[in-house]
Design a protein around this ligand. Structure first.
Ligand code: 13P
Ligand code: SF4
Length: 402
């Protein structure tokens, strides 16, 4: 067998370089966009009149446009959205819940997705033909998703098929990737997972082949594999910048789980030292982290779960309980606010929001809603028919599994 291997040029996504742009030690209050622009990240341009409005003016403007639009528009908000956005969400949730509910809004002509690009694309794929999906700021991507460029994953899949043979591995894509990669899964017997469906979907994959290639988040993949009893020496890392991901054909044949070398910069900030410090400071504290955290942290946490699981677990916890949480700061602050009878704090002392989620500034929501109320559609998210068809297959497998 002759293998043609493609060697890549290393490149760090711009979204990753911008990820700490909003890190601060101050509370995260919305400022007029003109001031937030100083963070130096890429923002989508929008009409000047929106750039100077303060949070109160923007709230009034959004409220007015929503009244005009009535049920024609539904606003979905991911838990990581800032407070000045989430207060306008008709539905809030984690990626799994939002993708399920995006498919169940037949009355809304427009779904405004306050989240990041891959989530809006998923809503487009799962919503109905008469609907449209709008993402308020087109620069709201995801650095983890950007770590898995479509061409690189396609090359990886071809290489694996060459080395292992057909039917020897199943692709499992974390929701945080492009529609093209979701389609790759749909076309090749694979499935999508979210942080709340990873166990079931990976099990589904192992019922079909002896190996799984999991992308783009190595940490969710590793945490899920270890939980299922896969040993660390049965896992290999696929470094997209190296031939065969940095592995020999023998290593790939021996592996049960092939992990794409991607990560979330927000969740890899959480450390064992932070957990230890929280336990010293609050004996009896409950530590709950997102499964995108590194395994050293996940292993010593008391609870691990998706954003929705974190919200529900703390809401159901006894009065007076103390929670150290390892996930995005806008969500942790909201949980603390909504649970005044408990002590809830972020494990990371630096306030470091997800810089792409944070780009959904209320000025953008006001703009897209005003445009819609005036009968114009801006920032519509589209997915090609063929891509959508295969992506839907992979997403539907996830929804069916659960
Ligand atoms: P959830 O599916 O838990 O909401 O996570 C989405 C995400 O992007 C976490 O970083
Ligand atoms: Fe992407 Fe991480 Fe932000 Fe989630 S928190 S959207 S994985 S960068």
């Amino acid at each position: 067998m002759v293998l043609t291997l493609k060697v890549k040029n290393p490149r760090v996504p711009l979204t990753e370089l911008e990820q700490s742009a909003f890190c601060t030690t101050e509370p995260l209050d919305t400022k007029p966009l003109i001031e937030e622009l100083k963070a130096g990240v890429r923002w989508q341009q929008l009409p000047d009149e929106y750039v100077h409005l303060d949070a109160t003016q923007l709230r009034a403007r959004i409220g007015e446009a929503r009244r005009k639009l009535g049920k024609k528009a539904v606003v979905l908000g991911h838990h990581y959205q800032r407070e000045d956005i989430i207060q306008f969400a008709d539905i809030r949730g984690d990626s799994f819940k939002l993708s399920q509910l995006a498919a169940q809004q037949p009355d809304a002509e427009t779904i405004i997705f306050c989240g990041v690009h891959f989530m809006a694309e998923t809503a487009r794929v799962l919503s109905q033909a008469h609907q449209r999906v709008v993402l308020p700021n087109l620069q709201a991507g995801c650095s983890m998703s950007d770590m898995a460029p479509t061409g690189d994953v396609e090359d990886c899949w071809d290489d694996l098929t060459n080395v292992l043979g057909k039917g020897e591995a199943v692709p499992v894509a974390y929701m945080n990737c492009t529609a093209d990669l979701k389609a790759l899964c749909g076309r090749n017997g694979g499935i999508i997972c979210t942080s709340s469906s990873a166990d079931k979907t990976v099990r589904w994959a192992y019922d079909r082949a002896p190996r799984v290639i999991f992308f783009p988040d190595q940490h969710l993949g590793r945490n899920t594999g270890l939980k299922m009893g896969i040993a660390p020496d049965e896992m290999v890392l696929w470094n997209p910048f190296k031939a065969l991901g940095g592995n020999t054909p023998e290593q790939l044949k021996k592996a049960k789980l092939i992990l794409w070398k991607g990560h979330c910069s927000v969740h890899t900030r959480f450390t064992v030292a932070q957990v230890q410090k929280a336990r010293e400071r609050y004996p009896g504290v409950n530590i709950m982290v997102h499964p995108e955290c590194v395994n050293e942290v996940v292993r010593i946490a008391d609870h691990v779960g998706s954003t929705e699981a974190i919200v529900r677990t703390i809401a159901a916890a006894p009065k007076g309980s103390v929670w150290g949480v390892g996930t995005e700061i806008n969500l942790v602050s909201r949980i603390a606010h909504e649970n005044p009878d408990k002590t809830v704090f972020c494990l990371d002392p630096i306030v470091c929001p997800c810089a792409t989620m944070y780009r959904i500034h209320p000025a953008y929501l006001a703009w897209v809603l005003d445009e819609l109320a005036a009968g114009r559609v801006v920032n519509e998210i589209t997915v090609g028919e063929e891509t959508a068809r295969y992506a839907r297959i992979a997403l539907q497998r996830m929804l069916d599994v659960g």
